[in-house]
Design a protein around this ligand. Sequence first.
Ligand code: ADP
Ligand code: MG
Length: 488
Amino acid sequence: MLQRDIWVLSLAIVTSAKDISYYNCTCQGVHCLEKTCVGRTCFVTEEKQSDSREIYRVRGCFNTNINENCHGNTKVTKVQCCTSEFCNENVTIFKPVEEPQVTSLLLVTVLPIVLFVIFLMLFAFLFWKLKQNNRKKSLPTLIDFGHTDIVNASIVGDSTLGDLLDCTTGSGSGLPFLVQRTVARQVTLMECVGKGRYGEVWRGLWQGEDVAVKIFSSRDEQSWFRETEIYNTVLLRHENILGFIASDMTSRNSSTQLWLITHYHDNGSLYDYLQRTTVDPEGCLQLALSIIYGLVHLHVEIFGTQGKPAIAHRDLKSRNILVKSNKQCCIADLGLAVIHTQNGDYLDIGSNPRVGTKRYMAPEVLDETICTDSFESYKRTDVWAYGLVLWEICRRTIINGMVEDYRPPFYDMVPHDPSFEDMKKVVCVDQQRPNIPNTWSSDKILSTLMKIMKECWYQGPSARLTALRIKKTLNKLKNSLEQRKQDC
Ligand code: ADP
Ligand code: MG
């Protein structure tokens, strides 16, 4: 500090007596006795330390004309002289370099990052939009489960289940993976409505709507995987197939929880329904028809953009059929299903160690002669089981004021929880079939159904009716009944 003052003062002391003009100048610095001084030249000197942002500035007067002291500029010190009243008052020499430096630093570093982020967001948004448009336009048959994360879960928003499922029917049967997870995690479990062999089914609430939540036990994880895979890759929306909403896998208390969320049907399974309800022959036909519609939809391969592979269920039974509020049925539980596509004769059996329900097993499954690499074989086992379900429904149909109690197939031939061997003895060795009461022959509908079920139970699988044939026969029956009603 002292050094600087001496330097400034030494500048001021150098004088010459030739010029006669004197000016008032601003005086700033330790050498000033007052805020102004009078001299022939006003000056400003500035000194800047290279490692400091601070500028040391001195203003004052020279008692000389502008001289060589006004030109002593170096990198760190600058001098400016002027000759007019207070001309040194607002003069600064060193430009305020720090501010521009910060601004340019910002411009050079932050701005490109910001622009890049905006560009990325724009790109992501356009990509998402494009994907959504494609989904709506091209109606692909398959979606790749797990690769649809790009769709933001925010689309769940305030949507109803109907909205969500409607807007995604074109993209496989499943909602985008992320949406499924979001929906699943918004479900509140309300009450346990059923316990199956491998888990529980709960009534849950999602945004005020009832949903069914099947919680798989860990030993049946393969069924969850299979059902999730099928629902997410196959366009399966059909009024007689249980409507899929979401699948979710969570880790809770170090154990894995597997959820399958579907439409909820208050009537429960056909098994539950038949325990408490009887039907008239038209109601019986309606149940039978709706199940065969569902089964035909599963069994047929549909080609084209909205197509689907052929699927055999392999565990058809009254507990795996649900009764909707309109008294139509829908088929549930695809955990054991096999898939077939004619192109390349591709058969996908899955890897589930679970087997079907013994009571409903066809003879060729029980005696293990089933041709496991032929898709047709699996369809024929479904038809066998369909015959047994028909029998269960017909027993609960009132004919001439008479009706049987609910009983499961072979109730009078095998124990409550039959073993494989029990079933094999009855079905393969003794070749027994469920008993058909005589009363059924007195009703037009029941007598047709009776014939159908018998043709579902042939020992030789190839002799059995196909689901499509059954559907045609039952449709014909329904049409003839309607025609008769119109004629009356
Ligand atoms: P199972 O292993 O015997 O086939 P599930 O686990 O599939 O049994 O289902 C158990 C029970 O839960 C069914 O019998 C039915 O009563 C009830 N249930 C299953 N799914 C639904 C649904 N979507 N809506 C209403 N009830 C259901
Ligand atoms: Mg089931």
